[in-house]
Ligand binder design. Structure first.
Ligand SMILES: Cc1cc2nc3c(=O)[nH]c(=O)nc-3n(C[C@H](O)[C@H](O)[C@H](O)COP(=O)(O)OP(=O)(O)OC[C@H]3O[C@@H](n4cnc5c(N)ncnc54)[C@H](O)[C@@H]3O)c2cc1C
Length: 431
């Protein structure tokens, strides 16, 4: 459950944002959106700009789900690589999905520029190999992306060069993607909310959508009481979001396919001059482990380091110590540095890591299960849900062709089976 913003470095440095009221009466809107993260806000902004009346219901606070807690890493492309997409849904759809991801990137940068969102986007994303070998595969990938997709933003980085760039010899080379980058994720969400509200969207916080049903031609969405009183939105169409925070309102089909897992991040104190020796180019970094370590520098020279996850409700009790262990494997020289913030968040994963984007019932659509890659994609998927609500289903139909099977084991057994599988891969990282 989402109880609001954690004590993260992001919350400590967020641009001021007003507390919004809870829904405590009945209201009407053309479209009701559940969830005020990137997906819901992207949809709200796109609809409101086109004169559609929109109500957003947020169970906790704007951006207090994954959108305000994540690593801020802007990845290129879809979550699944193009080779997997070609094999799975064919070359034509794979090409369309690549083009969609490039649209998503352009959309993100345009959002930031147009609405002057102070989220400090920085270009550059390094993928670092934690095992020896793999250089030939990386070179083949660069060639594949250039020759088949015309993408020329990738370059190999040798082991010594990477050690100098990152200030650690923990890695054996990798590749840099000049099309990726990083940003302040909560400020992006708050900026999107501000833009959506300026365009006319109405957002209610502390308003958990508890159930929806159809009555006559309309959809009725009831919220759980907040301080003793709830409300109802009567609407024509419903957009469901939630990713790792997806709850019963999304229905059994979605919950069988999108599983929540928790992932953790820390921020160090400002590193002073030492910051100049760590990630010299100021790119974002993600490594090749199954449980990925991902890190970058803040504008004030802290290391923001994500590492470690768990697969059960609840976070480890001492999060600072939990993530610090991962950080020290990459940067043993930071043992004397104080960890000032540590927090966790929940993300939704799917079996093949493809997002779950569907029309669940006439006029009821969902996007969730970004599997850890939503900063660039989710605002755009929100816009695609808005397009579908207005009758243009192209983007939704394309995404709906991605196979998203239920997790094996049915409702009762899927947890232990999947957790056993994920834990095995996590263990392999350590071998
Ligand atoms: C620790 C962590 C690190 C990550 N790092 C990265 C990264 O570096 N790069 C990247 O691309 N992606 C990353 N991600 C993933 C990324 O954050 C998500 O893909 C993205 O935020 C999804 O946006 P969303 O709007 O779909 O969901 P969220 O931002 O999770 O928002 C869902 C919202 O729905 C609300 N909600 C749920 N149910 C209801 C209900 N019934 N009624 C009302 N509201 C409801 C929740 O309260 C929540 O605010 C990370 C995620 C986590 C948790």
């Amino acid at each position: 459950m989402n109880t609001g913003h954690p004590a993260s470095w992001y919350a400590a440095t967020a641009t001021p944002f007003p507390a919004l009221p809870a829904l405590r009466a009945d209201t009407r809107a053309d479209v009701c959106i559940v969830g005020a993260g990137y997906t819901g806000l992207g949809a709200a902004l796109a609809l409101a700009r086109r004169g559609v009346s929109v109500v957003v219901l947020e169970a906790a606070q704007v951006g207090s789900g994954g959108s305000g807690r994540n690593g801020g890493q802007v990845h290129t492309g879809q979550r699944n690589d193009q080779a997997w997409l070609e094999k799975t849904i064919g070359r034509d759809d794979a090409l369309r999905l690549w083009a969609m991801s490039q649209d998503a990137r352009a959309h993100l940068l345009a959002l930031i520029a147009e609405h002057q969102i102070a989220c400090g986007f920085r270009p550059g994303m390094i993928h670092a190999r934690h095992r020896k070998g793999g250089e030939a595969e990386d070179a083949a990938h660069i060639d594949f992306m250039r020759s088949r997709y015309g993408y020329d933003q990738l370059a190999l980085v040798g082991e010594a060069e990477l050690a100098d760039e990152l200030g650690t010899d923990a890695y054996h080379g990798g590749l840099v993607d000049h099309g990726g980058g990083h940003l302040h994720p909560l400020n992006l969400a708050l900026g999107m909310a501000r833009a959506a509200m300026a365009a006319g969207a109405v957002i209610f916080e502390h308003s958990r959508a508890a159930a929806w049903r159809r009555e006559g031609g309309a959809i009725l969405v009831d919220t759980a009481p907040h301080q003793g009183k709830g409300g109802r939105v009567t609407c024509d169409q419903l957009i469901l979001t939630g990713d790792g925070y997806l709850d019963d309102i999304a229905g059994g089909a979605a919950r069988a396919r999108v599983m929540p897992i928790n992932n953790f991040i820390l921020a160090t104190e400002p590193l002073g001059e030492r910051a100049d020796t760590i990630i010299r180019s100021n790119a974002a970094v993600a490594d090749s482990r199954f449980v990925i370590n991902y890190f970058r520098k803040s504008p004030d020279g802290r290391l923001i380091f994500g590492g470690g996850e768990n697969y059960r409700p609840g976070f480890p009790p001492d999060l600072k110590a939990f993530v610090r262990r991962h950080m020290l494997k990459v940067y043993p020289g930071l043992a004397d540095v104080e960890v000032t913030h540590a927090w966790g968040g929940t993300l939704g994963i799917t079996v093949h890591r493809a997002p779950f984007v569907r029309e669940l019932a006439p006029g009821v659509r969902i996007a969730a299960g970004y599997s850890g890659q939503g900063v660039m994609l989710a605002p755009w998927f929100g816009k695609l849900l808005a397009d579908a609500a207005l009758g243009d289903r192209q983007g939704l139909d394309l995404l709906a062709r991605l196979p998203v099977p239920p997790f094996p084991g049915g409702r009762l057994l899927r947890w232990p089976l999947t957790v056993a599988g994920l834990s095995w891969y996590a263990l392999r990282d350590r071998m």
